[in-house]
Ligand binder design. Sequence first.
Ligand code: NAD
Ligand code: ZN
Length: 360
Amino acid sequence: MVINVDLGARSYCIVVECGALDTVGARLSALGVGSRAALVSDATILRLYGKTVTRSLEGAGLLVAPVEVPEGEAAKTLAVAERCWEALLAAGLDRTSTVLALGGGAVGDVAGFAAATYMRGVSCVQLPTTVLAQVDASIGGKTAIDHPKAKNLIGAFHQPRLVICDPATTLTLSRREFRSGLAEIVKHGIVLDAAYFAEVERDAPALSARELPALERIIGGSCRLKAAVVERDEREAELRHVLNYGHTIGHALEAVTGYARFAHGEAVSLGIVAEARLALRLGLASEQTVRRQEGLLAAVGLPVRAAGIDGEAVLAAIARDKKARDGRVPFVLAPEIGAFRLVYDVPRSEVLAALGELRP
Ligand SMILES: NC(=O)c1ccc[n+]([C@@H]2O[C@H](COP(=O)([O-])OP(=O)(O)OC[C@H]3O[C@@H](n4cnc5c(N)ncnc54)[C@H](O)[C@@H]3O)[C@@H](O)[C@H]2O)c1
Ligand SMILES: [Zn+2]
């Protein structure tokens, strides 16, 4: 499946296909870029997929310099970005060259940031290898590194020239990492597309079993939904907030548990449950709408209840949310499957009560 992201001069394609990593070289040279490229990735991913990508690039006549970064969030620092700039310079990359990001969202973010800033911006190609990176982080051009005081504080919008998702790469993810990415897929269905949500409900067993045809179909569908949001709101003015569903509470749950207890998708799953219950409490959604969301999250193995959540601490973390505008934190709520509404000034007592409903 090929999805076009229409952003005028910054338009690009997302290819979603099992085995697509073999086609990186041919697809990149078809864009008419210069002959030099850097392949940014971490040790695990280079070991698993580095050869395939390098062979494909060299087969297309490109000169590739590997740039290894640390695994996970540790890659998103200024020191690592600086090491990337040094490596690009040493490999002779110029304004016509390309930076390829092969890995999860962390590699994508730091490589994208290096590409956005090196020589005021060179081409970036995203080759996402986690579910989260395929359906979310690789699309939309948000790049960032962390500041010691806040995640993703330093960054730039820099759209990729091309995104190539090979769903077969998700077969090597740990069970937990794999499932965590599914939370974004469920999120896309809930707030953006009822028919897609129903498709994920139908495919939940095949998806959990990581059957490739289901993975390709569902990941492709999710990329299409995220791409449509990005097309309508490239710079996160308003509509793109919809992608924050489950994240207002989810991010706060991650923060109050020191980013140690929950994987991101687990926190988002609990965030979706609490925000769904909040919509019910506010009289905006039906019991049935809440039940379907919880049902699908549970069906793909994500948590829908958690013990020991400190509601007051979660509220305080929400108030510090980066998405707050002038101190007001908007909640994205789902009045029904396939629809959303931004709601400001939700009473704190209702948020506390909704969080209380997470208790097992
Ligand atoms: N730019 C955006 O729009 C955006 C959106 C969402 C999240 N993010 C960012 O994405 C990051 C999280 O990304 P993530 O969840 O992909 O995790 P990650 O990038 O931190 O990777 C997690 C681990 O999975 C390993 N891994 C990756 N692919 C693998 C594979 N196919 N097989 C085996 N192991 C593999 C990595 O080596 C790493 O150890 C966060 O930093 C977050 O801020 C960015
Ligand atoms: Zn997320």
